[in-house]
Ligand binder design. Structure first.
Ligand code: A2P
Length: 326
């Protein structure tokens, strides 16, 4: 696979394609001043990124849309050059809620379509305005989950032209098979967005997805921002890893660039988040070197099979995805 800064798209099973690196845009809202997301997306597009990953849930989707539209108006890119992935949140998995949720995203973005729309987690929560619904005792309010019914509603959105490709996120093998084996399946999931980096390389899920023409999109490819409220910080910081740093010295790259290169070189899409101009640019400079096969194997051997993003608070949900082996 030849990847370059100018041309780094992977084919998707539905005939569309996805740029192999995208800018992640999840940032703690309280720690992010207004306008920082829009500025970062514009810097990313100027640096060569053609893929932005976002969500209505992140509360900054309007800034992503503003930045993309500004770059189109400037003539820097055309709409068809930019790939945007949005996400359907857990409180909107009832079939009749799917299209309104996507339409709300399009209204916020002020765009006519998104390139990819994915089920963010396979667990349904009580529908309503509260994104994280709990009762008065703090107990999570779950909801009956029917992933196949949600999927059919997504298929209708694709047929209506609101989204080009459909995917999922945080799905395990059983949940992927539920969709793949659904009677009357019209559109296959093209991608599964999951945690993936040198300390959590996902060998089995990756193999399964490759066999089914499903692209893995790696979230937290740099090991997250290590916020202890939702990150398992008992797993050590990825970017301090000795091997990643020594390979960085060899190639005059940073540990972050080695971690990203590892994934793209094996066909995994990466969506590193940064709202720092220098690091946004740094993370894109991964097309001018190549790791050897032995180095790829050495990095693969760093796998600890430990997640940073465990979502343990939802472990008692019937569709909690991470109790299965993969
Ligand atoms: P910042 O936005 O200040 O750059 P992940 O994508 O794995 O969730 O990681 C995101 C975290 O890593 C953010 O805290 C981001 O902070 C930081 N980050 C992004 N790029 C780099 C880099 N090249 N080197 C070090 N930290 C980075």
């Amino acid at each position: 696979m030849l990847l370059s800064a100018a041309d780094h798209r992977l084919p998707l099973s539905d005939g569309n394609s996805i740029p192999i690196i995208g800018l992640g845009t999840f940032s703690e809202p309280q720690a992010t001043y207004n306008g920082l997301c829009a500025t970062s997306v514009k810097i990313a597009i100027d640096a060569g990124y053609r893929h932005i990953d976002g969500a209505y849930l992140y509360k900054n989707e309007h800034e992503v849309g503003e930045a993309i539209r500004e770059k189109i108006a400037e003539g820097k890119v055309r709409r068809e050059d930019v790939f945007y992935c949005g996400k359907l949140w857990a409180t909107n998995l009832d079939p009749e809620m799917v299209r309104p949720a996507l339409e709300r995203t399009l209204k916020v973005l002020k765009l006519d379509y998104v390139n990819l729309y994915i089920i963010e987690i396979p667990m349904a929560f009580k529908p309503g305005d509260e994104a994280y619904p709990r009762d008065e005792n703090g107990k999570w309010l779950y909801h009956k989950t029917n992933l196949c019914a949600t999927w059919e509603a997504l298929e209708a959105c694709k047929d209506a032209g609101l989204v080009k490709s459909l995917g999922v996120s945080n799905f395990n093998r059983r949940q992927l098979e539920l969709i793949l084996n659904k009677p009357g399946l019209k559109h296959k999931p093209v991608s599964n967005q999951v945690e993936c980096h040198p300390y959590f390389t996902q060998p089995k899920l990756l193999k399964f997805c490759q066999q089914h023409d499903i692209v893995i999109i790696a979230y937290s490819p740099l090991g997250t921002a290590r916020n202890p409220t939702w990150v398992n910080t008992s797993s050590p910081p990825l970017l301090e890893d000795a091997l990643l740093n020594s390979l960085g010295k060899k190639y005059k790259k940073t540990a972050a660039q080695i971690a990203l290169r590892f994934n793209i070189q094996r066909g995994v899409v990466v969506i590193p988040k940064s709202f720092n101009p220098a690091r946004i640019k740094e993370n894109f400079q991964i097309f001018d070197f190549r790791l050897t096969e032995d180095e790829m194997k050495d990095i693969e051997a760093l796998n600890k099979n430990v997640r940073y993003v465990e979502m343990l608070m939802w472990q008692d949900h019937p569709e909690y995805p991470f109790n299965d082996e993969y």
